[in-house]
Design a protein around this ligand. Structure first.
Ligand code: 6PG
Length: 223
């Protein structure tokens, strides 16, 4: 297997470059088809990249927003990935509700929420932004978890070690089938996990997404 394509970017430019990468990926998609799907992650790293993306000139009315994962909290909760994306991207761009496909973290029946989201997902996602946790998780696919072996369901409700514990997550077949995927990681704390993932250590969920490009700051890249 060839080494994943890796962009190492100065820390201060990481968000802008991640926004450029997403904008380019959307443009490429929209040059070839009427609409583009963009699936986004939560966590602390991507917010500034979403804010930067919101300033890019694109035919936004042709872009549909999806979620890579969500915490089981209401959409206005501080830990909601929807809220992060709403604050940083949806509201600045004033995207129409019909363009936004939210995972419903407020639902009581978690398995139903997963099934319903799977039914709303497009057959193939065009552009996906992933993050990576210190333990090598991506989306809400955690090391050693049975969800990593899921081949049928496209969305699962899972319990992870990172609070809030209950999550909805896309599964590996969905991520692996996506057309353009970027994993955005910063900070020295993730350096060793990045090194293992880039070396193909498949005990790390993020390393199982073999179709991703990586964008790292120098600290995460070990430089
Ligand atoms: C989430 C995520 C998750 C995240 C990583 C990295 O909702 O928590 O989508 O996979 O991308 O945990 O998070 P940080 O950017 O906070 O390190």
């Amino acid at each position: 297997m060839s080494a994943p394509r890796t962009h190492v970017v100065p820390t201060g430019a990481l968000s802008q470059q991640a926004a450029d990468w997403m904008a380019d990926a959307l443009q490429t998609t929209l040059a070839a088809q009427p609409r583009a799907s963009l699936a986004l992650s939560g966590g602390s790293t991507p917010g500034p990249a979403y804010r930067a993306l919101a300033t890019r000139v694109l035919p936004w009315e042709r872009v549909d927003i999806y979620f890579v994962d969500e915490r089981f909290v209401p959409p206005d909760h501080a830990e909601s990935n929807y809220r992060l994306v709403e604050d940083t991207l949806l509201r600045p761009l004033q995207l129409a509700p019909s363009q936004v496909f939210r995972m419903e973290g407020e639902r009581e029946d978690r398995d139903d929420a997963a099934r319903d989201y799977a039914a709303r997902l497009p057959a193939v996602l065009d552009v996906v932004l992933l993050g990576m946790g210190d333990d090598g998780h991506t989306a809400s696919l955690f090391p050693g978890h049975a969800a990593l072996e899921e081949h049928e369901q496209r969305v699962l409700a899972v319990v992870g070690p990172k609070p809030p514990p209950w999550r909805l997550t896309l599964t590996l077949p969905v991520l692996q089938a996506a057309r353009q995927v970027l994993t955005l990681v910063s900070g020295a704390g993730k350096r060793d996990t990045v090194r293992r993932a880039l070396a193909g250590d498949s005990s790390l969920p993020v390393a199982r997404v073999t179709n991703t490009e990586w964008m790292l700051d120098p600290a995460a890249a070990g430089r």
